[in-house]
Design a protein around this ligand. Structure first.
Ligand code: AMP
Ligand code: ZN
Length: 138
């Protein structure tokens, strides 16, 4: 399904032009308009899924296979030194466009492109408790 008022549905399906790196019947890969680094791109499914909770398993699996292919090609073509895959879900996690997308971010020596978290602290008891809580939900 497509969502009528979704900008990424329109871009993925070619109704709004984009700089496209790759396209097949399920996905379009476009350059991000506000890149974190040179070549920052987005994998967009052509069907509308808001996030990781809603995406169909086949799309989720194929998005990761496509990410592997794109990472290899982009690293080679752009001379990247490393690569981040980033995928945000929900406003609190930094999602601003509510159509599933996987960020492909080539990294270069000293690019300072992404800010990572400050490592926090945990305890063996807390880690056991978390593992138990998640196990119950699987
Ligand atoms: P997120 O914060 O994970 O939802 O990422 C949304 C990303 O989409 C940001 O990196 C934006 O720069 C990018 N973006 C928003 N609108 C467009 C657009 N029309 N074309 C390309 N990238 C876009
Ligand atoms: Zn959409």
């Amino acid at each position: 399904m497509k969502k009528a008022d979704c900008i990424f549905c329109k871009i993925a399906n070619g109704e709004i032009p984009s700089t496209t790196l790759y396209e097949d019947d399920m996905f379009r890969v476009i350059l991000d308009l506000g890149p974190a680094s040179r070549g920052h791109a987005l994998i967009l499914p052509k069907e509308h899924f808001a996030n990781i909770y809603e995406i169909e398993e086949e799309y989720a699996a194929k998005a990761m296979i496509l990410a592997k292919k794109m990472a290899a090609a982009m690293t080679k073509a752009l001379g990247a030194d490393g690569f981040n895959l980033v995928q945000n879900n929900g406003e609190v996690a930094g999602q601003t466009v509510f159509h599933f997308h996987l960020h492909l971010i080539p990294r270069y020596e000293n690019d300072n492109a992404l800010v990572f978290w400050e490592p926090g602290e945990s305890t063996p008891e807390e880690m056991e408790k978390i593992a138990g809580e998640v196990a119950k939900a699987l």
